[in-house]
Each structure stands twice: as structure tokens, then as C-alpha cells.
Design a protein around this ligand. Sequence first.
Ligand code: DGI
Ligand code: FE
Ligand code: FE
Length: 189
Amino acid sequence: MTIKEIKEKLESTLTHKRFVHSLGTSDVAGRLAELYGTDKKKAEIAGLLHDCAKELTLAEMQKNVEQEGIQVDAAVLKRRALLHGPAGSVLAKTLYGVYDKEIVQAIYFHTTGRPDMTTLEKIVFLSDYIEPSRDFPGVDQLREKAEENLDEAVMAAYNSTIKYLLDSGEYIYELTFLARNDLILKKGK
Ligand code: DGI
Ligand code: FE
Ligand code: FE
């Protein structure tokens, strides 16, 4: 599919709010890709599609990942908040014809991050956080940081997510801690 076709299909399947969020993520991802020297088109496509599975039911998401033979932890399999990344990586292929491994992987890990993220993955993760329709305390600071230092901005986003989940008494998936530790260990190297 062309980017135009992907947008049309997304607009007809997502709520308007999520469609606007996806367009915003795509725009920011494209800009950050230019800034940090990675493939702009891949960043735009991954930004567009990152939440393409977000409005499926849990059962639909589970069916998607199971059909592709994707193994996910039991805790991920039970939560839409965590499963929509892996499920979206499947839909990217089956519904949108996007097979590029880097794009598929950026969609897969956009919620949790992971250790050793590629620049594209970091950019999609961060763009999701700071795109223009996002509004939470500290978002403007994070937007500025995103232009200055990609790893520091990703780190700040991890910290903010972990704090938020702690405060709301939610289950926290360990991959986010591993991803954060990985950035700390690599800092300054
Ligand atoms: O899909 P979006 O809302 O655009 O953003 P997202 O994919 O980054 O996050 C979706 C939600 O998932 C958000 O409310 C935070 C939550 N989340 C992120 N990491 C974890 C998590 N929820 C749980 N329970 N555990 C996590 O580790
Ligand atoms: Fe998401
Ligand atoms: Fe999102």
C-alpha cells in the first residue's frame, strides 16, 4: 500500500481521535528521522501504523498473534495495553502489506521499548509520546529534549511511564525496566 492508501484505511477503521494521534506520530517520527539520520519514510509508515490494532478486542488481538505464531509472555497476552503492539505488527503485514522488518519491529515494541533499540524504534516510541495531540504535565519539556538528545528523551519517557504505572498500581512489564537499564549502562559510551 502507498502511504495515502494506508491513511485512508486507517481513517476508516480507527476512531477520529486515534487517527489524528497516528497522523501526529507519523509527522513527528518523520521529522526526528531526518534529525537523527534514519529512514524518514520508514519512520512515517511505522508512526502511522503503530496503533493500528489498538481498537481490537483482546480476543481479536490474541487471535492475531497466535495465528502468526508469535510467542508473547502470558502477562502481555492478557492486556490490551501491552498486546496491541505485537498485534499491530501482525496487522501491518496482513492488512497493510507492510513487511519491512524494521518497521514491523518498531510497531511491535512501541509501547514497552526494549534493550538495544534501533534509532527507528526509539523514534517511533518517542513520537507516540510527544506528538502534538498529547497533553500531560512535562510534555513540552520532553518535546524539547527530543530535539536535543534522543536517548535522554527516551529515558525520560520510560521514567514517566514507570512512575505513572507505579502511581496507578498497575502491572509493570519487565521489558520496560530492562530497556531503561540498558540505556543507563550505555550512557556516555
Ligand atoms: O497506544 P497509546 O495510548 O498511544 O500509547 P502506548 O502504546 O505507549 O501505551 C498504551 C498504554 O499502555 C498506556 O496507558 C501506558 C500503558 N503501559 C505501558 N507500559 C505498560 C503499560 N500498562 C501496563 N499495565 N504495563 C506496562 O508495562
Ligand atoms: Fe500504542
Ligand atoms: Fe499511540
